[in-house]
Design a protein around this ligand. Structure first.
Ligand SMILES: [Zn+2]
Length: 332
């Protein structure tokens, strides 16, 4: 039976994901997912998609789809976003914990993307992400560069086909190492192609049997270190669980520029602010609480460009929230 993989293009529909000068994460990742899927399909993989068009589903719905389809792997494609434009660049992959075949696959995907020209920001454990936690099969969320990095975007656009191929190769290399997949006629290499595409992952000593593919319950060490603060693409609550994000990184003091957020509420009672925060987070909004004044203000997103904040405001209004855009000068 062929290996089955569900590919997920992050966000979609009324949820644009991270945005930068009008460029929307949901569009970049859909295009990329379809390209990856075509390569995988031509390689004999059974490919399914959470979406092939511009529609919205919650991360929970996406995980449920994968579970109901009973696929062997779930790969979610996103683009990252940092608080300030051109602050960071590079790819990172997120997994439930740092163990198992998903860890090796994530490492391989990153290594392949590095050969295309991306900086490798590493593989990180994110046990709170819905699509990683709720899926029953090995699942990986790949942040394919920062959408608010001009150099990452240039790479994304110029090397688009190579990027799709790199992600597919990272997946296929891992499957091949584990004996779950063999290159067919379409793939150039011969049967024992140890020397070829991957170089950084040659550790085949701890072999994983196909049965381990569906193991998810092993809880490894959760390290979350790294030079880049955890501030992934801004419109996926999956990433933005406020309780486990480094919120202190959201307001760097170094830059005098102005940023914009959408304020959804201001409360004297912190419990009310907390409740609204939870509600917004449940609905995928990247919400946070700002308690620096006498009221606890519930804010969504942080944008360099006013128009991007306006897009988020529209989304909130559609969900029935009263909103106001607020600006922050960074000279705090
Ligand atoms: Zn995203």
């Amino acid at each position: 039976m062929p290996v089955s993989i569900m590919l997920d293009a992050g966000h979609g529909g009324r949820d644009p994901g991270a945005v930068y000068n009008g460029r929307q994460e949901k569009d970049d990742v859909l295009k990329l997912v379809l390209a990856i899927g075509e390569i995988l399909q031509n390689s004999g993989i059974d490919v399914e998609y959470t979406r092939t068009t511009d529609i919205y589903e919650t991360p929970f719905q996406k995980a449920t789809e994968a579970n109901e389809a009973g696929v062997d792997f779930f790969i979610s494609i996103h683009r990252n976003s940092s608080p300030l434009a051109n602050q960071y660049m590079g790819v990172e992959s997120l997994i439930y914990n740092l163990s198992g075949i998903k860890y090796e696959m994530a490492e391989n995907i990153n290594a392949q993307l590095e050969t295309v020209g991306f900086k490798d920001l590493g593989v990180k454990a994110r046990p709170n992400l819905v699509v990683l936690r709720r899926t029953k099969m090995p699942a990986i969320l790949v942040e394919v560069g920062f959408i608010n990095s001009d150099s990452d975007n240039t790479l994304f656009d110029k090397n688009f086909n190579d990027i799709a191929q790199a992600i597919a190769d990272g997946i296929l290399d891992t499957l091949e190492e584990k004996g779950l997949w063999k290159p067919e006629g379409a793939r150039n290499s011969s049967t024992a192609s140890e020397s070829g595409r991957t170089s950084s992952d040659a550790d085949t000593s701890d072999s994983v049997s196909p049965a381990d593919v569906s193991a998810k319950s092993d809880v490894g060490t959760l390290t979350n270190s790294g030079s880049v603060p955890d501030s992934p693409c801004t419109s996926d609550s999956a990433h933005m669980n406020p309780s486990d994000e480094n919120t202190d990184s959201e307001f760097p003091n170094s830059s005098p520029s102005v940023t914009y957020s959408v304020q959804v509420g201001a409360f004297r009672n912190p419990a009310y602010a907390r409740r609204l925060l939870n509600e917004l987070t449940e609905m995928d909004f990247p919400a946070r609480i700002d308690d620096s004044s006498q009221y606890d203000r519930v804010l969504v997103g942080q944008f360099d460009v006013l128009n991007d904040a306006a897009m988020m405001e529209r989304r909130l209004k559609q969900s029935g929230y009263p909103t106001v855009i607020v600006s922050f000068s960074e000279e705090v």
